[in-house]
Design a protein around this ligand. Structure first.
Ligand SMILES: Cc1cc2nc3c(=O)[nH]c(=O)nc-3n(C[C@H](O)[C@H](O)[C@H](O)COP(=O)(O)OP(=O)(O)OC[C@H]3O[C@@H](n4cnc5c(N)ncnc54)[C@H](O)[C@@H]3O)c2cc1C
Length: 357
């Protein structure tokens, strides 16, 4: 594999760029955004991802960026706390997604070429290589093209088919936006609910971050701010202030909660990694899987012929992603109860948990 194009400088793309370049490939990463993004909920680095970041020498940087939250407090419309659930850090580290993406991209930047503000427009796999055209850059041929461009992967659409064949909207949306100031209590994530809607403020590190999670059918034509306005209008607590921030933010992240499933992750000399191949969405587990998947793909490519390597990668990594795709449903009922009764029941359970503990 001498020349590799990775589309997407997210969690999977940067991790893969690092490992492939370290193994001697000439790696180009093309990223649609003009630069690094500031939004995104805190995510975990855990399980097999921990060993990968350790081998990259990034463990200390990741620890340094770790959030310090130890609990999730549920608040009523006046801000009064009605219950608190401990957050178990377990063996992993939680850090803002933006910090993780930056740390991984910084590690890869020394060994790979990063092109921001561009994307692919066509892929032509002639067998001996893939001819690629870009929105801005001049066309080039690569030995391998990797789609690390997230849930709505353009590479997947170009090489495998339309999004609706592989992506299932799970009836919820997520939006995140970084706030301006630091949190008063860096140990506590605050969450407020109305039926079908949750809004959380995470203290992160240095700068609070708001996350909106709400239930709605697919309304792909509405813009994010209109959807947020419609969903959250009339709610109490800090919601009016947070909606204002979402309206004016230049880096609001907004997406459906979706599951991605494909019968195969590679076709010819094009392969998918991270959310593009197997998004499990919600609560950040996707980042650990993206890191692990990228390392598995790089490891397979370093040790065998391409066709075998792509099959080995898929066989190995599917065993990790498949079980995770089932956890979203139960979790969503806890975070975003659909009715007043569901909220009352959840709050009661939280209070009982606290008094039992
Ligand atoms: C800014 C941002 C905020 C996020 N916030 C959350 C969150 O709050 N909660 C949550 O559950 N998940 C969130 N995610 C998704 C989460 O990061 C992923 O589920 C997980 O990290 C898997 O990583 P990935 O590398 O596969 O995809 P991602 O981390 O999504 O990275 C994909 C990258 O590809 C880029 N890209 C997309 N399309 C193209 C294109 N056509 N050409 C070139 N580049 C392209 C994107 O800009 C991004 O940098 C967020 C993603 C982004 C980009």
């Amino acid at each position: 594999m001498s020349r590799v194009l990775i589309v997407g400088a997210g969690i999977a793309g940067s991790t893969l760029a690092y490992w492939l370049a370290r193994d001697g490939a000439e790696v180009t990463v093309v990223e649609r955004a003009g630069g690094e993004r500031s939004s995104g909920s805190p995510v975990d680095v855990r399980g097999p991802a921990t060993a990968v970041v350790e081998r990259m020498g990034l463990h200390a940087q990741i620890q340094q960026a770790a959030t310090r939250a130890t609990g999730l407090a549920i608040v009523d419309p006046s801000g009064r706390r009605v219950g608190r659930i401990p957050i178990q850090p377990g063996e992993g580290v939680e850090l803002p997604r933006a910090d993780l993406a930056r740390i991984l991209a910084d590690a890869a930047r020394d060994v790979a070429e990063f092109v921001y503000g561009d994307t692919v427009t066509t892929l032509d796999d002639g067998g001996a290589g893939v001819d690629v055209t870009f929105e801005h850059a001049t066309p080039r041929r690569f030995d391998l093209v990797v789609g690390a461009d997230g849930v709505h992967s353009r590479v997947r659409r170009l090489a495998f088919g339309p999004e609706n064949a592989f992506v299932r909207h799970l009836g919820m949306y997520v939006a995140t936006v970084a706030l301006d100031g630091p949190a008063l209590d860096e140990r506590t994530v605050l969450m407020h609910n109305a039926p079908g809607r949750a809004i959380a403020v995470h203290p992160t590190t240095g700068r609070e971050l708001a996350a909106f999670i709400f239930r709605a059918r697919h309304t792909s034509h509405a813009d994010p701010v209109t959807l947020l306005d419609d969903a959250y209008r009339g709610m109490g607590w800090r919601v009016p202030e947070l909606l204002d921030r979402a309206r004016t933010a230049d880096d609001l992240w907004f997406d459906t909660v979706s599951r991605v499933r494909l019968p195969r992750w590679s076709r010819g000399r094009t392969v998918l990694v991270g959310d593009a191949a197997s998004c499990v969405s919600l609560l950040g587990e996707g980042s650990s899987l993206a890191i692990a998947g990228a390392a598995t793909l790089a490891g397979a490519l370093a040790t065998g012929p391409v066709d075998t390597a792509l099959r080995t990668y898929e066989h190995t990594h599917r065993r990790l992603t498949m079980p995770k795709q089932h956890g979203v449903g139960p979790l969503s009922h806890l975070l975003v109860p659909a009715t007043e009764g569901g909220i009352a029941l959840r709050n009661l359970a939280v209070r009982c948990w606290r008094s039992a503990g």
